[in-house]
Design a binder for this molecule. Structure first.
Ligand SMILES: O=C(O)CCC(=O)C(=O)O
Length: 303
């Protein structure tokens, strides 16, 4: 079956809004034939938890690289207009970096905590774009929200995960020793035995402000999302999803992370998510562009 391409062009205003605000919701840009593929792909991933599945049977399930074992999600990455949409917003070639699933079953919606994406990964750059798509109608009370313009604050905040030296001084000390000895802390094996909580809670990075208690002090953007829309946001933007609302249907989202030419490898002490598995064999060095590893990050779209 031939699947639909982009339903419309991205407007110059949408491109400008993305770069200024750090996020833009592109309404009705992917055909609903893709929504069915997305829903089937997410259901498959949900039914087949792997080592990277966090929160199985809980109200928020997060999987890393679900497209690596869910054929329909792989189809979304390889054949849907998502890569093209990202490439057009940054007007540059794009490579796929990684993807995640956020599966919230029907009932009381769990929130997704405020965070930046970049600080979880060993990458750095300005042309890092998340494409967030959802198989379900998601009103603004449960879809994504961002702090407008925070992608330009030039600040890297502490990911709200990892081993806290106050709660586990011995564990944190052992990690500290390994780090000083130059060991890879979140290595290949993390793909099978994944946990955020064995990484550092990096005390060297500033804590995120308590945005929920100070909502009036921040310029928060949020959107009512309909299947067929694509929400794009910058890797450095501070974002979250609200919870506490009852939904009669699940809220199943897929977020893929794409890199333009300025994105390079940067080993971060705060790394919580392992490098893509095949990358370990190349022993990447800080500052190497992802383009140096075309076997791991082939071009997905070129202008
Ligand atoms: O879908 C969600 O609730 C969270 C998504 C998210 O935080 C992300 O894509 O980085």
């Amino acid at each position: 079956m031939t699947m639909s391409e982009m339903l419309r062009e991205i407007t110059p205003e949408e491109i400008e809004n993305f770069h200024r605000d750090g996020a833009v919701l592109l309404k009705n840009i992917m055909g609903t034939d893709w929504t069915e593929v997305l829903a089937e792909g997410l259901e498959y991933a949900n039914d087949h938890p792997d080592g990277t599945s966090v929160g199985v049977s809980e109200p928020l399930r997060i999987d890393q690289w679900p497209a690596s074992h869910s054929p329909k999600l792989k189809k979304i990455l390889d054949e849907s207009p998502v890569a093209e949409i990202v490439g057009k917003i940054i007007n540059a070639p794009v490579r796929f970096y990684m993807d995640q699933m956020f599966y919230k079953p029907a009932g009381l919606m769990a929130p997704s905590a405020w965070h930046q994406d970049t600080c979880y990964y060993n990458i750095d750059g300005h042309q890092l774009v998340r494409a967030w798509i959802c198989a379900d109608h998601a009103p603004r009370s449960v879809s994504m929200e961002v702090v407008r313009g925070s992608h330009l604050w030039n600040a890297t905040y502490r990911p709200p995960v990892g081993m806290d030296p106050k709660e586990n001084p011995e564990g944190a000390q052992a990690l500290e020793k390994d780090f000083a000895a130059g060991k890879v802390l979140v290595g290949k094996e993390a793909h099978d035995h994944f946990t955020y909580f064995e990484s550092f809670l990096d005390p060297g990075l500033p804590e995120l402000p308590d945005i929920d208690s100070l909502r009036g002090s921040f310029d928060i953007m949020n959107w009512d999302y309909e299947p067929g829309d694509v929400l794009l946001f910058h890797g450095n933007i501070i974002h979250s999803a609200r919870g506490g609302v009852e939904l009669e249907h699940p809220r199943r989202s897929h977020a893929s992370l794409w890199a333009g030419p300025d994105v390079s490898y940067l080993h971060r002490r705060s790394q919580a998510i392992p490098d893509p598995l095949p990358l370990y064999d190349f022993e990447p060095k800080d500052g190497q562009p992802l383009a140096d590893f075309p076997e791991v990050f082939p071009l997905s779209w070129v202008p």
